[in-house]
Design a protein around this ligand. Structure first.
Ligand code: NAP
Length: 243
């Protein structure tokens, strides 16, 4: 297909998602990204300055109608989709006995059910032209973590979704992979106390947390030609925390 490739990134307004949006723009893609609450000043202009058309769409990825509307808007602007990065995600940490069913299902809806919806829509747009889907899981989806039964279940579920969709659509040249970041410095981890951060760093062979850009580089790699024969894989980006 001729013309600039289009990448859709969910939750691209800040943190890892924003770094992914910037990296795709730098790599020559037109970037469409979603946000749920407010769109911080400057994100669109930053992407435009990198040569991307850049389109921001408000969307709650946990709501089916909202995802349907997102894809309608995307298709009105572009008649193609080359890359989907399912990045939007939340935590709501509590020990199991303190976790309500609502605490559990909200995280599952936002982190996992949303990806079922976006994958389905994306595969329809990608059609027979092919494309790449990258699901942002987590090392705790592989390891489990006390206080995160909801989050770990959602991230483990994403790995099952990744492999199943990879098996179903590999024949259409749609590659589906997951990235599993360890501790990355963003708003999501900024609430941890210094003491907890030090404890976690002891478990990381590289003795430091990662940066959002570390995840973004892996996503651009997995989306591109250099990863043309890679599908159904989980790439950990964690300084060796899980091996
Ligand atoms: P973050 O700074 O908290 O950003 C989360 C992003 O998700 C924001 O753009 C937010 O949009 C969006 N979002 C949340 N709920 C949404 C909803 N219902 N619909 C649409 N968008 C929604 O988080 P982060 O650290 O960058 O994490 C990004 C992804 O990486 C998540 O999936 C997370 O689980 C995963 N991850 C993070 C780490 C880490 O250490 N940080 C490690 C492993 C995996 P608004 O700003 O509009 O609310």
């Amino acid at each position: 297909m001729e013309g600039k490739k289009v990448a859709l990134i969910t939750g691209g307004s800040r943190g890892i998602g924003k770094a992914i949006a910037v990296e795709f723009a730098k790599s020559g893609y037109n970037v469409v990204f979603t946000y749920n609450s407010t769109l911080p000043d400057g994100v669109l202009n930053e992407l435009k300055a990198l040569g991307s058309d850049a389109l921001a769409i408000k969307c709650d990825v946990s709501v089916e109608e909202s995802v349907t509307a997102l894809f309608k808007q995307l298709e009105e602007k572009y008649d193609r989709l080359d890359v989907l990065v399912n990045n939007a995600g939340i935590t709501n940490d509590k020990l199991l006995l303190r976790m309500s069913f609502e605490d559990f299902t909200k995280v599952i809806n936002t982190n996992l059910n949303s990806c079922f919806l976006t994958c389905k829509n994306a595969i329809k747009v990608m059609g027979r032209a092919g494309g790449a889907i990258i699901n942002v899981s987590s090392v705790v989806g592989l390891m489990g973590n006390a206080g995160q039964a909801n989050y770990c279940s959602s991230k483990a579920g994403l790995i099952g979704l990744t492999k199943s969709v990879a098996k179903e659509y590999g024949g259409r040249n749609i590659r589906v992979n997951a990235v599993a970041p360890g501790f990355i410095e963003t708003d999501m981890t900024s609430g941890l106390t210094e003491e907890i951060k030090k404890e976690y760093q002891k478990q990381i062979p590289m003795k430091r947390f990662g940066k959002a850009e570390d995840v973004a580089h892996a996503c651009v790699f997995l989306a591109g030609e250099k990863a043309a024969y890679i599908t159904g894989q989980v790439l950990t980006i964690d300084g060796g925390m899980y091996m």
